[in-house]
Design a protein around this ligand. Sequence first.
Ligand SMILES: Nc1ncnc2c1ncn2[C@@H]1O[C@H](COP(=O)(O)OP(=O)(O)O)[C@@H](O)[C@H]1O
Length: 952
Amino acid sequence: MAACGAAAAEYSALLSLPCGPITRRRFAVSCRARPPGNLSAQQKKKRGKNIAPKQLSSNAKLLLTTEENGQLPSTSLRTSMQPPQKSTSSEDDTNGAISQRDEKIAAIGNEQQERSKDKHFESDFQLEDFGEMIQNMEKNILLLNQARLQAIEDVDKILTEKEALQKKVDILETKLSKALATKGNINTDIPGDHLEKFTKEILIESALSGGNPAHLCESPLFMELTVLKEENMLLKADTQFLKAKIVEFAETEEFLFKLEKERSLLDATVRELEARFLVAQTDIWKVVPLQYDVWMEKVQNLQHMLGCLKNHVEKYAALLDRHDDLHDKIDELEASLKEGKTSEFSPYVVELLQQKLKAAKSRHQAGHQETNTHIQVYQQLTEEFQDNLGRLIEESGRLEHSANSMPSEFWSHILLMIDGWFLERKIPNTDARMLREMAWKRDDRICEAYFACKGAKESDVMETFLKLTKQVGGLADVVTGLGKALQTKGHLVEIVLPKYDCMQLDQITNLKVLDVVIQSYFDGNLFSNNVWTGTVEGLPVYFIEPQHPSKFFWRAQYYGEHDDFKCYSYFSRAALELLYQSGKKIDIIHCHDWQTAFVAPLYWDIYATRGFSSARICFTCHNFEYQGTAPAPDLSYCGLDVEQLDRPDRMQDNAHGRINVAKGGIVYSNIVTTVSPTYALEVRSEGGRGLQDTLKMHSRKFVGILNGIDTGTWNPSTDRFLAVQYSATDLQGKAANKAFLRKQLGLYSEDASQPLVACITRLVPQKGLHLIRHAIYKTAELEGQFVLLGSSPVPHIQREFEGVADQFQKNNNIRLILKYDEALSHCIYAASDMFIIPSMFEPCGLTQMIAMRYGSVPIVRQTGGLCDSVFDFDDETIPVELRNGFTFARTDEQDLSSCLERAFSYYSRKPMVWKQLVQKDMQIDFSWDSPASQYENLYQSAVAQARGAAQT
Ligand SMILES: Nc1ncnc2c1ncn2[C@@H]1O[C@H](COP(=O)(O)OP(=O)(O)O)[C@@H](O)[C@H]1O
């Protein structure tokens, strides 16, 4: 610590070089401050430039030698004339050296006297000589005295000059400090000039007083001046460095000021925005009851404000970056100050700089903190605002889609639009009629469809409207059919479904939302889900309504959205969460199709580890065409571990580097089923669509169970859609239904027994579109009648069949009804004599079973479930009692043609055989009873295994 104190004193001395007393203090410090080992290289360098006492004394000796030669050591004499009042401890040292010199001068006199004495004794001593000597001595003394007086005068003069110079230096120092404190302008040339001037003055003065300038150069004062000059040069360099630093600092300060100015401007804007926000937020809830246009304007305003806010947040973020730059700069400056680059500056300046830096730093830190707080507030406000806007938009959705709030002008516009499409032959009459009906009933879905595609081109608007006329396929039938059958067998069955916005709410009784919110995980966050309950055909159903910004299941259709993978991974996780939170001890969770296959890995990887492990998982794949693949990372949305599951033996797709959810269902379930035994065989080879190896590997838990049909719904003796109910023992009613449909569809026939061929299907390639088309032409050729009820989710297929429909518009025997119409489907099943299903592949197929139940003989291609339910009437390899229809194997038109010809032949040539066949078909048990028993067996053995495992 002592060394530090000494070092501080030395910095002070170096900076105050032009000041005399301080110079002496510097010497004192350099000489005695510390042992050489303690000196820094720089200090050693400096010390080398200083005059050490030893050198001083040797200089003094030289001067004295000169004095011997008659030269007056005026400088040394002047040195001894330092005013006593200015003496300090270091001065004492100097004075000590001076008094030594006085003693030596006295000693010279004595020596001369001694030498004179010796001379006198050594040679003959003459009195005159002695007298002369005394006279000379007196002269010398006189001269010496004169010289002394002259020297005293000179010294006084120099001292006055020095004092004047010192004053100037003091002024300069003050100026320098001021400059340092303000602009950093230091003029080091001023002391340098003064020193130069001072040196010149001494030389001139010395020359004038007859002194030798050469000797003067060797005098201690002159040398001291030289040292001062050198040090001044050093100071100059140091000052330049300091100057640069100060300029840098000034720039930084200026930058800081600018930032602060900018920030206060931003603050003002923020305050204004905050105020506008408050108004906007209050407005949000005021605008809901307003008319749509006014509302839209408000939303646009809010969105504009959101844009402004975002800009400001970005600006703030940029400001924060600049603050960080500034912080670095300040740190740099501070480091360079600490490093000692400026160690030779006055502590005053260093302290000043450090104080300024400290102030700048704390100002910067405060600014930084404030900016951060503002950004946080901004972000919070933005989120809040977005939430409100989201809710507002959602609310608007309801408002928009609320048919009751729409004025009559709106409905007139919709009706005219539908009529226009029909008259321009853009949509078939059947669709137009259905849409018109919906518009008359002020159906909410019409409003939703209209606003969903407002501003889109006409073809897209039409497509959206046409979707309203289509419904889902057979899966819903399976879930309710199996559920009801299991319920009848005494099991407690509950169904969990997404709450689709397009659900037919009139099919659900006691629909209500529960006063509870289930939180479920998705993509790193928890989202709330409303839970609705209701009964469908006597089955308890839970409907999950996600409160997610992506509006899952709020798309006016069941599936076929670009983000189906996300929608259903969300639903699977939420459904499991609902079961988990319900605290029930569940035996079986039965998942249908890839959309819910996420449940199997989620259950075993996440929920079973939480103690929710009583259940066993059954996965039924209704169609291996749809497997649910996506890029592997997408699996993590629902919380599954991608790294663990993206493996060939787990969920990695067998062909592409994607994730395959159906595969996950197979690997992670205890029971895997598909919808018919033949399809189960087919999918183990080609029909598996890449999953054949996985299915082979898991074949022990994989079975095919033929679906049943809901014989309650599909019962001709009770069917409320039919004109006349009938049964196998009373086929009169069937003929009545045929006559009624002909009338309804404008099919004319003089022959009541003219065969009527029907097809009710989704118009998709799987259903054998070319064969359906061929069957129409072939029927016409065979002079039969044909009715097609179907719709396609694929626009070009829909258009293609519309073309065919147009072609037969005036034909008495052919009708194509290109829409989804359940009521009509019942009538067609009842009215038809033959039912054609030429599918390319058919996992199970329900229509052949429904057709048989209604006495319509199936003509099917031998594939999948059709093989397990339709047996050819002429196939002698099959027991007669099982033979119930007509089948063909190939996918070409020829095979279909000959099959159709065979059927027509029996119908027209052997009416009694035909009647027996119809009656037999109507009596086949296609109920869910048998399939449900098979599922029951599977469930029971899985549960028994689980219990067994739990006991061991
Ligand atoms: N356009 C339609 N109108 C009314 N019902 C239809 C229509 N198309 C198909 N269906 C019904 O959909 C179900 C089809 O089930 P299924 O034969 O298994 O075929 P999918 O492959 O479509 O599930 C049947 O109940 C059938 O009556």
